[in-house]
Design a protein around this ligand. Sequence first.
Ligand SMILES: [Zn+2]
Length: 134
Amino acid sequence: MSNQTAPLSGRKADPEAVIARYEALHNLEKTGREFGITRERVRQIVNRAGISTCRILKPKPEKPERLCKECGVPVNSSHALYCETHRKEKHKRRYRAIKADPEKYAHWRDLLKKYDRRRKERERERRLQEHLTA
Ligand SMILES: [Zn+2]
């Protein structure tokens, strides 16, 4: 390991000790605090001994990209299950199914009505906003 024997001028922190501590903690800030030196100073000492202070980055668990259930194209919204095209197709299919058997798909009809109402409300609000800011 380090064969550096010359004491660092004006520094009371023993480089060997600093290095050993850094290797245990793997944290410049904490090591520095223990010896009363700056993290930058710790980095210098450790790097001089040929030890990398590059932080080991843990791979962040990235939020998985949402893909269309039908075609696998990335979906722009964080809750949508289908891409724009297939969302519309799905809706069409639903409408057709409801038409064919209104009894069976009454709950779908209610859902679609609810969505429709919400969309209209959103549009109305947007128009109102535009009107106000215009
Ligand atoms: Zn799709």
